[in-house]
Write a protein that binds this ligand. Structure first.
Ligand SMILES: [Zn+2]
Length: 351
């Protein structure tokens, strides 16, 4: 006869000890946590656990003394079973945990997986190339704030408030007097004021405009260049930019200057380089013309020199500015400029 059947038929006290002994045996025999839960339900389950049923039957006994005595005994026996369950559960949990630790052991003597070599982003590489080229000519690289005063970004480089030339540079304003610089030109003023003349600086850095399409990005990189000294002429500008174009795009490159208009230079000149793809015969890259525009330049406007604290009667200078992304595209043959911003590692490795 099973203890359960005995509990159902005989007096409650007869079987309590037998049921408990059976429960304790099963607790010890449980080999995993799920099995242990089944044992708990079989003996202590709220509805039909064997010890629960016995307790319920004690409630129906007529002799109050016997009822109290047996109730006390049954409570003690239930507690023993509960304690045994808790102990076994702790042991089984510890075993599971230890097994988990063994399976994910860290072997410190194993050789490390090989590190992947990193690569410079083409924009970074191009900026370094430009710096290196101008360093040969004695230019110092300087920086300036990206959150700039309207005054430095526009007014002091000859774009006074209300002037229509400001509209061509869709600007991120911070407040009435500050903005994200739309070009690196404000550093021309800052450099003249801080360093004095004679002066030869290049300014690689970020600029911001509210543009976003296939060829324009809200953040882009420029390099500004400024040379101020006595007797600087257009010939110096031309020689400098020719040296740059040949160092960057190959010794067989030629440049040509075209008249243009910028507010902060007079005269202003756009600089083209002979096409590095077709050598000047005409192709898709140069749109059949044999020439590719690479930068804007000119002789520094006397007012800009004055705004930098320089006397235009004693000093002259030239300035130039170029987009690093554009130079990188031309120098490394990147057809789609968006690749420079998509952070696709395959593209960067391929470079
Ligand atoms: Zn071409």
């Amino acid at each position: 006869m099973t203890p359960g059947a005995a509990a159902a038929q005989g007096q409650p006290g007869d079987d309590a000890h037998a049921v408990t002994a059976q429960a304790l045996d099963e607790v010890v025999a449980a080999t995993d946590l799920r099995h242990l839960d089944e044992v708990r339900a079989r003996y202590l389950g709220r509805g039909d656990g064997l010890l629960t049923v016995l307790k319920r039957r004690v409630g129906g006994m007529t002799d109050p003394a016997a009822r109290a005595q047996l109730g006390k005994t049954l409570n003690e026996l239930s507690t023993r079973v509960e304690e045994a369950l808790a102990e076994r559960q702790a042991a089984l949990s510890a075993a599971v945990e230890s097994q988990r630790r063994q399976s994910e052991v860290v072997d410190l003597t194993r050789p490390a997986p090989p590190l992947r070599r990193g690569y410079l982003h083409p924009t970074t590489r191009c900026a370094r190339d430009i710096r290196r080229i101008f360093a040969h000519l004695g230019y110092t690289a300087v920086g300036g704030p990206e959150v700039e005063y309207d005054r430095y970004n526009f007014t002091l480089v000859n774009m006074p408030p209300g002037h229509p030339s400001r509209d061509t540079q869709a600007t991120f304003y911070i407040d009435d007097v500050r903005l994200l610089r739309t070009h690196t030109s404000p550093v021309q003023i800052r450099s003249m004021v801080a360093l004095g003349v004679p002066l030869k600086v290049i300014v690689p850095g970020k600029a911001y405009r509210r543009d976003y399409d296939a060829t324009h990005f809200p953040m882009f990189h420029q390099v500004e260049g400024l040379c101020v000294d006595r007797d600087i002429t257009v010939a110096d500008l031309k020689g400098t930019l020719e040296f740059f174009a040949r160092s960057m795009f190959g010794p067989e490159r030629a440049i040509r200057l075209r008249p243009h208009h910028f507010r902060f230079t007079e005269p202003s000149l756009e600089v083209d380089v002979s096409c590095m793809v077709c050598g000047g015969d005409g192709c898709r890259t140069c749109k059949g013309s044999g020439w590719i525009e690479i930068l804007g330049s000119g002789m520094v406007h006397p007012d800009v020199l004055r705004n930098g604290g320089v006397d235009p009667d004693r000093f002259t200078g030239f300035a130039f500015g170029m987009g690093i992304e554009r130079i990188a595209q031309l120098a490394y043959g990147i057809e789609d400029g968006r690749l420079l911003y998509e952070n696709d590692l395959r593209f960067i490795r391929q470079m």
